[in-house]
Design a protein around this ligand. Sequence first.
Ligand code: UDP
Ligand code: MN
Length: 376
Amino acid sequence: MRPQELGTMRLKVRSAVQHAVALCGAITLCVVVFQNFAPSARSEGRSAKALRSLRLSQGWPDRAPRSLGGDYELSVGVEANLIPDEAKKEEEEEERRRQALTQVATATTRPQTQLEDIFITVKTTRGFHRTRLHLLLQTWFQLAPKQTWFFTDVEDEEYNRKTGGHLINTNCSASHNRRALCCKMAAEYDAFLHSNKRWWCHFDDDNYVNVPQLVTTLADYDPLYDWYLGKPSIRAPLEIINRDNVSQRISFWFATGGAGFCISKSLALKMMPIAGGGKFISVGEKIRLPDDVTMGYIIEHLLKKSLTVVDEFHSHLEPMRFINTDTLARQVSFSYSQYGSEMNVLPIDGLDTRLDPTRLLSLHCQLFPHVSYCST
Ligand code: UDP
Ligand code: MN
């Protein structure tokens, strides 16, 4: 190669190297500028990613993100207004938030509900103390004697003693009419408000409550949020005439009282202005419907909170023989009834039907075989 050609070649190589360096510099600058001047987009991306991976790893059902709403939305909103100089500080702040988010998520998916958090009320009446109430005292009451209270319509020293002082005379009338039933439900609700517990669960005196499963079921829901858990006995929402405007119809779901239902403290507190201090009775009077329907009206129609259906609650409005007996331990409540000569009871083996016509003793023995009368 001639010296002249060599010189030209050197110039070309130098120029190419200079261009390459300039290009690299420009790319680096772009990266630095992007990193420093776009912290909000990056942080938002990470928050969303963190949330997504939390959801995936914890297998959250649909309802859970709602529980995070406040924290999550607040953090996204604040990030959007940050100035670049604070990027580092924000990085640390975001880490702290992420840790807090994880704690909230853990607490939300498993609120650590225990039996002590539940206030169980049972509606009964003077004519059923020796029969239905007695059966409850022999069975599931033994597993929750401190948490369970009976609401009746008479003083009964004997059964007050047998229930450990948990028999409350509501002074409501002893009949099956709407007013009497709403009167007792009002007393149950007001007692819960005074109890300082996280959950209120109502049952009828012909319900068997599977206490450990009740606790397990409630543990899936956070009582700091609004929950109305139970099971309807109709296939479509109930439609009634709006008494404030008779040309209008309103429709809502309600949980059948005879299957039992549970209400979180958060929701019970929201019901207070409408139903507290005995006002529940006036609402029942106004719509002229039974106590469980009145409950649905208040929660679904007036407060606009939806019933969450829990299939494991069972009233005698459904045929007990359809309950799969392999799943007894996973059900929350059961019932029994008699229509004419036909019994609607669980199809389970155990004690003689003359000794145990309702099958509740046999059910109790299947769930808790160590109970003394089960081995005879
Ligand atoms: N009940 C009552 N007063 C009465 C009759 C019944 O408080 O005069 C209560 C009863 O103890 C039960 C609930 O109301 O907890 C439902 O009664 P029942 O099971 O007899 O009738 P259902 O409505 O289930 O057909
Ligand atoms: Mn009943």
